[in-house]
Design a protein around this ligand. Structure first.
Ligand code: NAD
Ligand code: AKB
Length: 318
């Protein structure tokens, strides 16, 4: 039985999203009620502001032991290997993303947790999927190991909802842009690196082509989506683990033009690498009407507002 303030565990808490989601959850539920876990050394804030424990999600035993010891009610499962890193090591991606996700769901079922959040990604889509305003229900034939594990994660989560009544929720995040923690090895990472290089060197060599448009989202909207979806009235949800969510879409050329409004000397050159072929299999824009209807999703940041905020926050760091 859950106490009135839930106890929350976050896996992969030292990553790009976790390092900002943990402080947000600690503000909401109280510092002592949000346990950050990872296999990576945590930044001092994460460890000093609340509980931290080492947790490798590929061990069912470790996952079960920690959830039991901490009497967890809710788990935000963020531990994963992203698209570009996954292509470098498909075996690791399978272990962390597939076995890790199975372990989280299985331990949550066995211990009777209240809720599980497992983010999915636009990487579930593939070249056969409609690229413009990609619908909620559509073709899921990803070509990366990351995408394959994300489709399987959505389906497995949905299975636990239907078969065991476990409250599993998740949304298909686009590329996330933020200034606190660097991204962990994805195809959309250029949209973060570009800001650092623009401010430091006024020049950036982009690994995607100028016109490769992809869906993106600023971190405050990413955190808002996770929390809003988890707090949504369960009876209103027709979908559970696979909500499309959108905020903005742009190409490297369009992002560079927006950055130039703040840093006129900025120059970008294009030297596409293997990540280009991943990006070409993903949509250019997303239809998120199911998320809007079922849990009131609405983003706050568009391209100009995100760029202004990124530069304002990053400039003092250099
Ligand atoms: P990240 O790569 O920045 O962080 C992942 C964290 O998982 C790292 O801190 C890493 O140390 C940890 N990890 C790796 N192996 C582990 C293991 N065996 N046990 C425990 N922890 C382990 O990723 P992120 O960007 O914070 O992504 C979080 C979630 O959001 C992932 O599921 C990802 O697929 C999803 N997502 C992210 C984006 C994005 O643009 N950041 C977009 C779509 C979906
Ligand atoms: C990646 O590029 O792999 C991630 C994602 C969109 O899931 N940012």
């Amino acid at each position: 039985m859950a106490s009135s303030t839930p106890k929350v565990v976050v896996t992969g808490a030292c990553g790009q999203i976790g390092s900002e989601l943990v402080p947000e959850l600690r503000k909401r539920y109280g510092k002592e009620n949000v346990m950050a876990t990872d296999i990576k050394e945590p930044p001092p804030e994460l460890r000093e502001d609340g509980p931290f424990e080492w947790l490798d999600v590929t061990s069912l035993e470790e996952v079960g032991r920690l959830l039991k010891k901490y009497k967890a009610d809710i788990i935000y499962h963020l531990a994963a290997i992203l698209s570009a890193k996954g292509e470098q090591n498909p075996n690791l991606a399978w272990k962390v993303n597939m076995i890790g996700t199975y372990n989280i769901l299985e331990a949550a079922r066995e211990l009777g947790l209240n809720q599980v959040f497992i983010p999915s990604s636009i990487a579930v889509f593939g070249p056969e999927t409609p690229k413009i305003m990609t619908p909620q229900e559509t073709i899921l034939l990803p070509k990366t190991i990351y995408g394959i594990t994300k489709v399987a994660g959505e389906l497995l989560g949905e299975y636990y909802v239907r078969r065991f009544g476990l409250d599993v929720r998740g949304c298909r995040y686009p590329g996330i842009i933020s200034y606190r923690t660097p991204p962990g090895g994805g195809t959309t990472d250029y949209a973060v690196a570009i800001f650092h290089e623009a401010i430091k060197y006024k020049r950036y060599i982009c690994f995607l082509k100028e016109d490769t448009a992809l869906p993106m989202m600023y971190m405050p909207d990413c955190l808002k989506a996770a929390i809003q979806l988890m707090e949504a009235d369960r009876s209103r949800l027709k979908h559970h683990t696979n909500f499309n969510v959108a905020a903005m879409s742009f190409s490297p050329g369009e992002l560079a033009a927006e950055i130039k409004k703040h840093i006129p000397e900025f120059e970008i050159v294009y030297e596409p690498d293997e990540r280009q072929s991943i990006a070409e299999t993903w949509p250019r824009s997303i239809d998120d009407s199911a998320a809007r209807e079922e849990w009131g999703w609405q983003p706050d940041y568009d391209l100009p507002r995100m760029v202004e905020d990124m530069i304002k926050n990053l400039k003092p760091q250099f």
